[in-house]
Ligand binder design. Structure first.
Ligand code: AMP
Ligand code: MG
Length: 405
């Protein structure tokens, strides 16, 4: 049986970055850039006023109450027509180009304006201004032809604003992987139905779709397949058109655990079955190699918490790798137990726990949890604590590794 690390390596070896595609920049947010971006403009494109006020010659300010004749008004989006010369100023708004001759801008709050016979005069209360005051020189933040972003960069809202500034309405990005989700089991009914005797509702379908969305993939719901080879085959062949197919249930050792055989019949090659892990031991992983990119197929265990643990450990990093993110193993962070815990058995256990930051250290409190079907208690947890294989009593103050949920 593979260890968690061996299973991760085997999965990531098959998770190839998706081919780049062109997207509008708003839609591209959250994606990884697949080209270098150069600017087609200087920014700012001209020396510009950083405040509303008056553009003037700094040397004109000789003491209190300097009076200057106002030549014109320039607002953002317009260009000055006048040249400032000694004794004059131009009323200017934030963002407008600085007129020729001026070398500083005084804030309107430091001035008083009077108008007589249609001629505006400004009285400047500031006694001096540095040359360049309140002026942002042309190309301060970037120059035309500068490379502003390189391939591989994650596009956040800040990058989207920059892309717009440099004239890119569309960019090449790595698209989000499409992930089909199929629940299997004769006992399952959808959340909208009341279960009859022997039935339960399909939790994994909605749970896995939500996990896919949170991991940056695009989920597609394939509903429920009954534990029959024909039903499984039909739904599996639908799911194999997506980048990843997630099945839940049917991968253990029961008489109706038909998923591995159904996947093999559909041409999916098994890479491994079973991992030394609790919960999550029955995990099945394989690939369909017949299309240009391998399709990844995960047979996740039926119990919801087992499915969740396998998703976080194995599916999320595969989605990240296919999305062009540097392959992310879940970040294991060390924390200190605030509650004792008894670990038994020969499999490492990822145990639902409450993680919290206290005095710049992470504390870990394993929850009261009744096993891998117990979703009700799971909602109190915000992380998993890793207890290595082997029987051991952990005490308050012991260190354990954790991953967030
Ligand atoms: P299986 O691996 O198919 O034997 O399923 C293991 C356990 O998980 C059984 O108790 C199933 O009823 C349960 N289970 C399977 N699929 C789901 C699902 N989609 N939602 C909730 N529980 C499930
Ligand atoms: Mg089943």
């Amino acid at each position: 049986m593979l260890s968690v690390e061996e299973a991760s390596t085997a999965i990531l070896q098959h998770a190839e970055i998706r081919a780049a595609t062109r997207r509008g920049i708003v839609e591209a947010c959250g994606r990884v850039l697949a080209e270098d971006i150069t600017s087609d403009v200087d920014s700012p494109p001209h020396d510009k006023a950083m405040v509303d006020g008056y553009a003037l010659i700094a040397a004109d300010l000789g003491g209190e109450g300097t009076q200057l004749r106002v030549l014109e008004e320039v607002t953002a989006g317009n260009v000055p027509t006048q040249t400032v010369f000694p004794g004059t100023a131009v009323r200017i708004m934030t963002g407008a180009p600085i007129p020729r001759g001026a070398n500083a801008v005084v804030m309107v709050e430091q001035t008083r304006s009077t108008t007589a016979s249609g001629q505006e005069t400004v009285t400047v209360d500031a006694t001096s201004l540095a040359v360049g005051a309140n002026i942002l020189p042309r190309a301060t933040s970037l120059q035309k032809d500068d490379t502003v972003l390189t391939s591989g960069h994650l596009l956040r809202p800040m990058e989207i604003g920059l892309l717009a500034e440099v004239g890119r309405a569309e960019v090449e990005v790595v698209p989000a992987p499409r992930v089909a989700v199929l629940a299997t089991g004769d006992e399952l009914v959808p959340a909208s139905k009341s279960p009859d005797n022997g039935q339960i509702r399909n939790s994994n379908g909605p749970l896995l779709q939500a996990l896919v969305t949170r991991a940056g993939g695009i989920p597609r719901d394939l509903g429920i397949a009954r534990d029959q080879p024909d039903a499984l085959r039909d739904k599996i062949s639908l799911g194999l058109s997506d980048d990843i197919l997630l099945l839940s249930g049917g991968v253990s050792a029961g008489v109706l655990d038909l998923v591995p055989a159904a996947l093999a019949a559909a041409g999916v090659e098994q890479v491994f079955h079973k991992v030394q892990l609790k919960p999550g031991k029955p995990l099945w992983f394989g690939c369909l190699f017949e299309k240009h990119q391998p399709r990844l197929v995960f047979g996740l265990p039926g119990n919801p918490v087992s499915s969740l643990v396998c998703f976080e450990l194995f599916v999320r990093p595969a989605i990240a790798r296919m999305s062009g993110h540097p392959a992310n193993q879940p970040h294991h962070r060390s924390g200190v137990l605030t509650r004792g815990h008894r670990q038994t058995g020969n499999r490492p256990t990822y145990f639902p726990s409450i993680l919290s930051e206290e005095d710049s250290r992470l504390t870990v409190s394993p929850i009261d949890w009744r096993g891998s079907a117990d979703q009700r208690s799971l909602v109190t947890a915000n992380g998993l604590a890793l207890f290595p294989a082997g029987d051991q009593d952990y005490r308050v103050g012991d260190s354990v590794l954790t991953i967030p949920l």
